[in-house]
Design a protein around this ligand. Structure first.
Ligand code: GLA
Length: 543
């Protein structure tokens, strides 16, 4: 303790943070956190050894430059002056030494606390000690703060909003910048799923986007060595795809840690997690024994093609192009105009699937008109590129994707403009908006089945049509949703951060009614029936 105070006086709080919170974290953070691998069994050595291993294996050079402490670093009580106290038994050299040591190696240190009375592990929480704690964490040398939400003074969304709001205010006024990782939304996802009401989850995501740089939105990824890593990863993945509209440059949806040495995780499965997190431009925070990484694990974690997709400056979160029982196809754009396609095989056998040019968001006609017939497609696992004939091949084929594997392709920018293309789905029911085959022009919400009738093109003028009826666009006819040729001129839609798809004329919102009926109804606030996911690239009004 004496040591802490002397060093605190010496360190001072020099410098000022002229950095706007919006530009604090332009790219997804990459690094290490102890929690899923070591939970409360932590010590100085875990972080020092992780840093050493990351430097030696090339992970640091690949961009994994954060070492984040999680829960259980402190004593159970605060000091007489109100400060938290690091546990000397676990951290004999103290935090000034630790942060300096990590920085001297090229890492950025991060710390954890809880916005409530106690952390999830029962350690002191920051409630009513906010300024003392922020000052201490800054003085100790930390630059990143994960703020958990256990043991809050109430369970309501408004309670969380006000206490996390305090932090936002303090951080904006702070002299030194501190990256703020906000776990509040995670406390509403589970409750929402249990009650079938996600309104508070959406509200919490809405303010989390304004209050910090990243937000844990869902359940904890499974802790070593128990549970099923694939099931846990798939759960978080499926939560993540509901939230793409919140991700903007400077704010990241966080689907939790990358697992590597969990005993239930096969190599194919962990590579899938990595590929998907890269396609999402999600934080890449590893929770694994760094010094025990195998050669093939280091190889995929440092795959430069996939890391470039993760760290692309546009930081788009790939969205679903199509989904059925076996396959999810996702896409997004990169800053230089390239297109990324990820293909996840959820099934139990290997298989192949072709993603058409249309579904990728390109137009072979436009390529032809520009006299460009070749599209360069790179397989990001192998780095190999092939030129495909846009006029003759039906699209990009992911061949022999193993069960639970993910193929990822990067298409070079072409002469075709990109039209955001993919699913429009209710993010609670996960039902897909469907242009029906046959006579009826009525649209409905139905189980996602990978069909053209569920693959929507959202034109930049706000008109929306499926690949089934290319000349007929979504219309709101006195509250009934259908498709109609005239809709491609007269019925523009806009998409808002709320997740509402709003008709430009009537001001009504696309709504999922009973038995999958699609209607247009008066817009409410984050009503479960009215929150939908759209393909990335569509302008989100309010972001
Ligand atoms: C919560 C968080 C985890 C971890 C633990 C620590 O469960 O979601 O990531 O921080 O608390 O107790």
């Amino acid at each position: 303790m004496v040591n802490q105070l002397v060093m605190a006086a010496a360190a001072g709080l020099a410098g000022s943070s002229a950095v706007a919170p919006e530009t604090l974290l332009p790219l997804p953070p990459m690094g290490f956190n102890n929690w899923a691998r070591f939970t409360t069994n932590i010590s100085e050595a875990i972080f020092v050894d992780a840093a050493k291993a990351m430097a030696e294996t090339g992970l640091l050079a690949a961009g994994y430059n954060r070492i984040n402490l999680d829960d259980a670093w402190s004593t159970m009580d605060r000091a007489a002056n109100g400060s938290m106290v690091w546990d000397d038994a676990k951290f004999p050299k103290g935090f000034y030494w630790l942060t300096e040591h990590l920085k001297s190696m090229g890492f950025l240190p991060g710390i954890y606390t809880d916005a409530g009375r106690r952390s999830c592990g029962g350690y002191p929480g920051a409630l009513d000690y906010e300024q003392i704690d922020l000052d201490d964490f800054t003085r100790w040398g930390f630059e990143y703060l994960k703020m958990d939400g256990c043991n809050m003074p109430g369970r309501g969304e408004a309670v969380y909003r006000s206490i996390y709001g305090r932090w936002n205010k303090m951080l904006r006024a702070a002299e030194k910048p501190m990256i703020f990782s906000n776990s509040a939304p995670a406390y509403f996802s589970g409750r929402g799923l249990a009650t079938n009401n996600l309104t508070n989850w959406y509200l919490a995501m809405g303010w989390a986007q304004k209050f910090g740089q990243l937000a844990r939105h869902s359940a904890d990824i499974v802790n070593y060595p128990s549970g099923n890593a694939w099931a846990s990863m798939q759960f978080n993945y499926n939560q993540h795809v509901r939230l793409a509209r919140y991700q903007i440059p400077g704010f990241f949806n966080d689907p939790d840690f990358l697992l590597v040495d969990h005993p239930s995780f096969s190599l194919e499965e962990k590579k899938s997690q990595f590929a998907l997190w890269c396609a999402f431009s999600a934080p890449l925070i590893l929770s694994t024994e760094m010094s025990a990484l195998k050669r093939e694990e280091i190889a995929y974690l440092t795959n430069k093609h996939l890391l470039a997709v993760n760290q692309d400056r546009l930081v788009q979160q790939a969205t679903l192009v199509s989904r059925d029982g076996a396959w999810d196809v996702l896409s997004k754009s990169l800053e230089n105009g390239d297109r990324v396609i990820a293909v996840l095989n959820k099934g139990s056998t290997s298989g192949s699937i072709t993603v058409s040019w249309d579904r990728i968001g390109l137009s072979p006609d436009a390529l032809l008109a520009a006299e460009q017939v070749l599209v360069s497609v790179q397989d990001l696992w192998t780095g190999e590129s092939v030129d495909l004939l846009a006029t003759e091949s039906r699209g990009v084929t992911a061949e022999n994707v193993p069960s639970h594997g993910t193929a990822v392709f990067r298409l070079k920018k072409s002469a075709s403009a990109v039209t955001p293309t993919g699913l429009i789905f209710n993010t609670r029911s996960m039902k897909c908006l469907t242009d029906q085959d046959g006579e009826s022009t009525q649209v409905r919400f139905a189980t996602c089945n990978g069909s053209d009738g569920q693959t929507w093109r959202v034109r930049s003028d706000g008109h929306i049509h499926s690949l089934l009826r290319r000349n007929e666009c979504l219309v709101d006819v006195e509250g009934e949703m259908s498709t109609d040729r005239a809709g491609c001129q007269s019925n523009a839609w806009r998409y808002e951060t709320s997740g509402n798809l709003i008709h430009g004329g009537s001001g009504r919102c696309l709504t999922e009614g009973a038995d999958g009926r699609a209607t247009a109804a008066a817009c409410g606030i984050e009503r479960n029936e009215q929150v939908v996911g759209l393909p990335i690239g569509v302008t989100v009004v309010g972001n």
